[in-house]
Structure formats: C-alpha cells, structure tokens
Design a protein. Structure first.
Length: 228
C-alpha cells in the first residue's frame, strides 16, 4: 500500500449558521454540503454560498446528474435541486448508522461508520446489492475514474483511502494533518477531492495523487460517479 500525506489546497468556511459539515457532493458546477437541517451550495471558485435547501441533511450527499440524494437519519431522500422538493425516500442500509453516500453506475454506495462497511444499494428500493468490508470507520465515499475512495476518522486521525472495490484491500492512503477530520468526501472528477470537515464547519479541497498507467488497477467500476 502506498502512504503519503494529504495536500490541502484550499479551505472554505466556516459558514454563517453552519455548526457542522456532513456529506459533500459536486454537481459539475456547485459544491453541495449537508449541515443538519439544510443542503448548501457554494461556488468552488469564489467560496460564496449560492443557495440553500431546507431539508434534513445529517450525513452523506450524492448527485446522479439530475437529483441530489441525502442521508437523513435512517433514510435516503431523493431531492430535486431546482425546487428543493423531496421526491422519494428509501430506507438506509445502516438504519441510522450510515455515513457516506456516492452515486456510480446507476446505484448508490453507502458508508456505514462504526460497522466499517460500504454497501452498494438499489436507488429505487434500498435493497443492498453487495457489501465491501473495511478495517476502519467509514465516513465519506466517492468514485473517480473507476477508483473507490472513502474517508476515515478515528480520534484525531483521518485519512482518504483508495480501496479495491472487490476485496476492500487498501491500495493507497492520504493522511490528513492531526486533528483535521474528513466527514464527507467527493471528487471533482479531476485533480482534487472535496472533504467535509465535520465540527470545524469547513469544506476543504485535497489534491488527488497523480496517476500513472498502473495506478487505477483493482477498482473496476465505470467513470459514471458523483458522491459524498
């Protein structure tokens, strides 16, 4: 496994009225983050808050190209980002112990924090299609270029981990500075990750490692992915 220190490129926040940042996702233009009773959209270029949606938003956030998905206690909500309406609700696999949320290949990927698992879930029914075991507490989850990444946060230590989507083996890790946690995780589809900062009330960007020809082995999901 390759280990290295995470490079924090930028910090956004803290934001007025936001005590904690949970899930994070990127819709191609805006960064959305969950803050308990709202979903908030910021401009990643300026850091300016563009809008917010009044909706329960306790953990992971994802985007499928049209709709937002938001963990709220023991359920996953489908939200129209234009109107803010909740269009559908399915049960979350962890029954309230869920953390990260991502969209890839037409399905949702849901992290379970203390159970140290990532579930692939049918977005229409909530049925668990398969489960990946981790050996750390799982926070945010994201896919980028066929790579599955998840955040960890235990005590003062937090990492971004690239894992094999078939076996759960850790392929590489990026260690955050001590005391800097990762609550939510999302790729911008390119060179950086957006990371929720929990009780810091911040969103941070972390540089994604440069890729060689062999760096993407062991993951095995197409590029169609946006997440938390």
């Amino acid at each position: 496994m390759k280990r290295s220190a995470a490079t924090i490129v930028r910090e956004y926040g803290p934001f007025p009225g936001v005590d904690s940042v949970g899930g994070v996702t990127h819709d191609g233009q805006q960064v959305w983050f969950a803050s308990g009773d709202k979903l908030n959209a910021i401009d990643p270029a300026s850091g300016k808050t563009l809008r917010s949606i009044d909706v329960a938003a306790h953990a992971g956030t994802a985007f499928d190209g049209q709709y937002l998905f938001q963990l709220a206690e023991d359920r996953i909500q489908t939200i129209d980002p234009t109107t803010g309406r909740v269009l559908a609700t399915i049960p979350a696999p962890g029954g309230g112990g869920d953390s990260g949320l991502a969209w890839a290949e037409g399905t949702l990927w849901v992290g379970q924090y203390r159970d140290q698992k990532i579930h692939q879930v049918d977005p229409a029914t909530g049925a668990v299609l398969r489960t990946i075991e981790s050996n750390r507490f799982v926070t945010g989850v994201t896919w980028v270029d066929g790579e599955l990444w998840h955040g960890t946060w235990e005590g003062d230590e937090s990492e971004l981990r690239h894992i094999d989507a078939q076996t759960g083996e850790v392929l590489e890790s990026l260690a955050m500075p001590s005391g800097v946690g990762v609550s939510g995780l999302e790729s911008d589809g390119g060179e950086q990750f957006f990371c929720g900062g929990g009780n810091s009330g911040k969103v941070r960007t972390v540089r994604r490692p440069e890729r060689g020809s062999a760096a993407c082995s062991g993951s095995g999901i197409p590029v169609d992915a946006t997440s938390e």
